[in-house]
Design a protein around this ligand. Sequence first.
Ligand code: HEM
Length: 234
Amino acid sequence: MNGLLASLGTSIGRKMVVAVTGLMLLLFVLAHMAGNLQVFAGPEALNSYAAKLQSLGPLLWAARLGLLAVFGVHVALTLKLASENKEARPTAYAHQTSVQATSASRTMVMSGLLVVAFVLYHLAHFTFGVVQPGNHELVETLADGTTRHDVFSMVVLGFQNPLVAISYVVAMALLCWHVSHGVQSVFQTLGLQSARSRDAVRKASLGIAALIFVGNASMPLACLLHLVDIPSGN
Ligand code: HEM
């Protein structure tokens, strides 16, 4: 703990913490996507998955708080590093590469802030039901008479609104831009990138970003096009 706090006192330490928290967020995005892709398997699969998560109770809350802390640290330290870079920037650049590096990190801050805006909208949509509240209140009645949150219908009906579906696809493109550059920075910051591996790292980061884009954008698009739909009779 003391080591972690000490590392926050230096610029390189802050970069390391941004890299590690970025990796943790990436793992969350991949795991969340794998869970959500069960929308393609139908209401039973997605609703029982969501119910299982809810049944974790205090564990789920601990994970949520941990995720929130990781997210907060990642965003706050990135903003701090960006403002330090701005203060330290000389009036004239000695090399073209430093201009490119600064412009890439500025775009990272911009795309990151847009991802934050997406997450806030997404929480208001699916977690708190502020957006499309009617869909959030839907429940499924099981054979034994008990009820559970109908996450499948909430997601499918939500994405059948073209504006909502398209805004998710645009947000996923931004997220993937951020991830593809972020993964390369993580390798650099953690000293895992050599001149020889640069190309492989670039390809791997593009591959991860493409996977996230295809997986996440497929859900709103499939619902919008009624390839995934509410079963008839519901
Ligand atoms: C099309 C893609 C996505 C779908 C279909 C989706 C679906 C959902 C659903 C249904 C919930 C609410 C779960 C519940 O309350 O039962 C949720 C929560 C959440 N989503 Fe997503 N999501 C998507 C993409 C993302 C992305 C890309 C991120 C992050 C960048 C993200 C971050 C979150 C977070 C932080 C929560 C709150 C988790 C919790 O409260 O337990 N989601 N998502």
